[in-house]
Write a protein that binds this ligand. Structure first.
Ligand SMILES: [Cu+2]
Length: 198
């Protein structure tokens, strides 16, 4: 019997070791995304009067482009007037429409009014989601989507680690295998012919 016990003991150690390795296996733990917050420059030319296609960056196919950024990005909007008349960039954060500037820039992020090129810096602090941006002076013709993706960088939104959930499948498997081994040992002992000397 001694010759049978040592290999089984070794097998048990190997099983327990595999459980330990599984706990620290990097594939089980949440990955930490790369830091993301970026400096982004967005160029917008405004035109509503005497231009072939009105809007922000007016083209035939897409007169008002969708702007996509990530939360906590530092964006720099390079704003210019294509028709020489004043325009004003605004994000409608409170949903009351793009023409209202009483609550900007406190609630609705907005630039100053411009007829000559300006640079408007904006740290993206709105909740991730899809917002509308406008020209507050021509909101019915100059508007588009401002999409904010969540920031998954360190210090942003991170998933918590469920250690019990991670361990449970491995412990259950280890216990099942150990139970099977124990049952096998008992079976071998009971079915051993009398007079057998290990
Ligand atoms: Cu305008």
């Amino acid at each position: 019997m001694r010759g049978l016990v040592n290999p089984i003991t070794m097998l048990c150690f190997l099983l327990l070791a595999s459980v330990g390795i599984g706990v620290f296996n990097s594939t089980l733990l949440p990955t930490v995304p790369d830091a993301h917050a970026a400096n982004v420059t967005i160029v917008l030319s405004a035109c509503v009067a005497a231009c072939p296609n009105v809007g922000w960056n007016g083209t035939t196919s897409n007169p008002n482009p969708t702007i996509t950024v990530t939360r906590d990005d530092m964006i720099s909007l390079s704003l210019s007037s294509g028709d020489g008349i004043p325009h004003r960039f605004i994000i409608d954060a409170d949903g009351d429409g793009g023409q209202y500037t009483d609550d900007c820039p406190g609630t609705d992020p907005c630039s100053i009014q411009f007829a000559t090129p300006i640079s408007y810096p904006y740290l993206v602090t709105l909740t991730p989601g899809t917002w509308n941006y406008y020209c507050s002076l021509h909101p019915s013709a100059m508007f588009g989507k401002f999409v904010i993706k969540p920031d998954l960088s360190v210090g942003g939104i991170t998933a918590s680690v469920d250690k019990v959930g991670l361990l449970a499948p491995y412990l259950a498997s280890a216990l099942a295998i150990l139970g099977a081994i124990s049952a096998t040992i008992l079976y071998v002992r009971r079915t051993k012919p009398s007079g057998y000397v290990a």
